[in-house]
Structures are given as structure tokens and as C-alpha cells.
Design a protein around this ligand. Structure first.
Ligand code: SF4
Length: 322
């Protein structure tokens, strides 16, 4: 498969002032030296607890933030240092679906205006053609074209998320970052939205980065899954491989927390309870960032940052055990 996006040594540090007169500057190392590839047409899941840097990684890839350093190679072109003008054609190729369908739609705009705005920004079409495209997009996401003149508050959460998806599709993107697109929705409609995203991927040849806080949410939709912890990518593998043979102690703990429906199987598997809190991402100490909570930690873990490496068949892990 062809690589669509290659992220190399990506860093996104946010400076914060501290000390008596705010003279000392520290950094929140939200994304700290992260490298991975996204294949054309695949869904790459990205999971981790809140504050692990998964959303910042997504936003940095589409340059809602200016990366501190590193490379974002899109279809062979490094866009990491591109200016807003240079980014314009890429803004059309890369879209985002947001977590909160209540907050991400302007309440004062009609559905037609919300979807049409993207079409206008990129000067794709006008007049009747534009309106037809809006109606078509509403149908594509399972809404009625008569909905075009209504306002976001007139819709349910699931319907609003469909509007957000129609907006993302308006400019015919190649790559969509789905940032926890179902977490805010009722469990009963989560599956519908996931199924729709899968259908759209097939019909339009889309590539997804699917961000979620737990592994069960990305299990069915992802071809491969990456796990982040405190600004670092700690493991990445084919979905099945990751769920059956998790290598990183953190991934093992995350997986053990997923409820198992079969009671017998549940009894045979022990839940690993993580002790302690996620440490602060402000100027983290050297060594493995998981060391304070890891039951396998060795002396080297406090001294050396484990390298993120392939341990066979594309299964990547950053841990001194391997
Ligand atoms: Fe645990 Fe050490 Fe592996 Fe970190 S590098 S996860 S502390 S064993």
C-alpha cells in the first residue's frame, strides 16, 4: 500500500511562563518526537488517555498548530513549514470531524450555510450547482435535502455529527481526521455513525486518522492502531495483532480495562490496575515516561528513553523489555 502521510520526529511544544515574574519558560511537550505513517485508504486509530497528545498530533498534522519541529510529508511533499498560502490546496485535501457536534457548528448559520461555507472558501462552485451539491451531501450522510434551511439546534446529536461530516466532505477531501467523533453521542447511535464513516471511506476512497480515548472504540474501524502516552507514541500495530498480542505494558493495561462480555473469559483475564496518575507533560524527566506506573520498570527505564522500533511484521513498540 502507498503511504499518504509520513510523520517524522514531530514535536509540538507549547511554551508556558512560570517563576516569579513569568520569566522562566517551560514547555508542555504535547507531542514529543512522534513518527508514523498513514497508508492511503486505511484507517489508523490513535488512542490514549486525555492529555496524551493524540488530539494535538491530529491538529498539528493538518497544521491547525505550527509544529515545533519535524516533518509532515503529505503525498511526498513536506508541508511542516508551509505558510498559510502554501497550505491552501492542502486545506482542501485534509479535513477534520470534531468531537462535539454541539460546539462545532455555528448556531446562527443554517445547515446550507455551514456546508456551503467550505465550498465558498475554496471557490468550488456557486449558485444552483452549489445548492445541488449541498443537497447531495445531505443525502450522502443520510439527511433530507429539506433540512438545508434549518439551524443546528433543530437536530439531534447524531444528526449534527452527520452535518459535520457533510461539511468535511464538501471539499472532496482525501484525508479526514476524526477526532473522537462518536464519544459525545448516545451509545445507541455510535454504531450508526461508525458504519456511515466506513461506507463513506469505501465510496470516496478516504483515508482516516481516527482518534479515540479507548481501544474498544477504534477496534472495528481501524486497520492499524497507535497508542500514545504523555506525548509519545508507545506502540503501533495491525489492529488484530495489537488486541491479541499487546507488547507495551501501558497497552496491556488499557486493554485489560475493556469489559469482556463473556463472564468465563472475564474471570480468566486479570484486570491490570494502573497505579498513580499520568505525570505532568511539562518538562518531563528523561527515561521512559511510563516508568512511574510500570510494574516491569528496570533501572535503565529511568535513564534512557526507549527507542520506538519494529519488533517484527510492522509491530512497533517503545519499551526496554523488547
Ligand atoms: Fe516499563 Fe521500562 Fe518498558 Fe517503560 S521502558 S514501559 S518503564 S519496562
Amino acid at each position: 500500500k502507498k503511504v499518504l502521510i509520513s510523520i517524522k520526529n514531530l514535536k509540538m511544544y507549547f511554551p508556558i511562563k512560570k517563576g516569579l515574574f513569568g520569566k522562566q519558560v517551560s514547555y508542555v511537550k504535547a507531542v514529543d518526537d512522534v513518527s508514523f505513517e498513514i497508508m492511503k485508504g486505511e484507517t489508523l486509530g490513535l488512542v490514549g488517555e486525555s492529555g496524551c497528545g493524540k488530539t494535538t498530533t491530529g491538529r498539528t498534522i493538518i497544521k491547525l498548530y505550527e509544529p515545533t519541529s519535524g516533518h509532515i510529508i503529505y503525498d511526498g511533499v513536506d508541508i511542516a513549514k508551509f505558510t498559510p498560502t502554501q497550505m491552501l490546496p492542502y486545506r482542501k485535501k485534509m479535513q477534520m470531524i470534531f468531537q462535539d457536534p454541539y460546539a462545532s457548528l455555528n448556531p446562527r448559520m443554517t445547515v446550507a450555510d455551514i456546508i456551503g461555507e467550505a465550498i465558498d472558501i475554496h471557490k468550488l462552485m456557486t449558485g444552483k450547482e452549489r445548492m445541488e451539491r449541498i443537497h447531495y451531501l445531505l443525502n450522502v450522510v443520510g439527511l433530507n435535502s429539506e433540512h438545508a434551511n434549518r439551524y443546528p439546534h433543530e437536530f439531534s446529536g447524531g444528526q449534527r455529527q452527520r452535518i459535520g461530516i457533510a461539511r468535511a466532505l464538501a471539499v472532496q477531501p482525501e484525508f479526514i481526521i476524526c477526532d473522537e467523533p462518536i464519544s459525545a453521542l448516545d451509545v445507541s447511535i455510535q454504531a450508526q455513525v461508525v458504519n456511515m464513516l466506513e461506507d463513506l471511506q469505501r465510496d470516496f476512497g478516504l483515508t482516516y486518522l481516527f482518534i479515540a480515548h479507548d481501544l474498544s472504540m477504534v477496534k472495528h474501524i481501524s486497520n492499524r492502531v497507535g497508542v500514545m502516552y504523555l506525548g509519545k507514541l508507545v506502540e503501533l500495530a495491525e489492529s488484530n495483532e495489537l488486541y491479541t498480542k499487546p507488547l507495551h505494558p501501558y497497552t496491556q493495561a488499557l486493554l485489560s480495562a475493556i469489559p469482556i462480555p463473556d463472564p468465563e473469559e472475564a474471570l480468566s483475564k486479570k484486570r491490570i490496575v494502573l497505579e498513580g496518575e499520568i505525570p505532568s507533560p511539562i518538562d518531563p524527566p528523561p527515561g521512559c515516561r511510563f516508568k512511574g506506573r510500570c510494574r516491569y520498570a528496570k533501572p535503565i527505564c529511568a535513564e534512557q528513553d526507549p527507542e520506538f522500533k519494529d519488533v517484527g511484521g510492522g509491530h512497533m513498540v517503545a519499551c526496554h523489555l523488547y
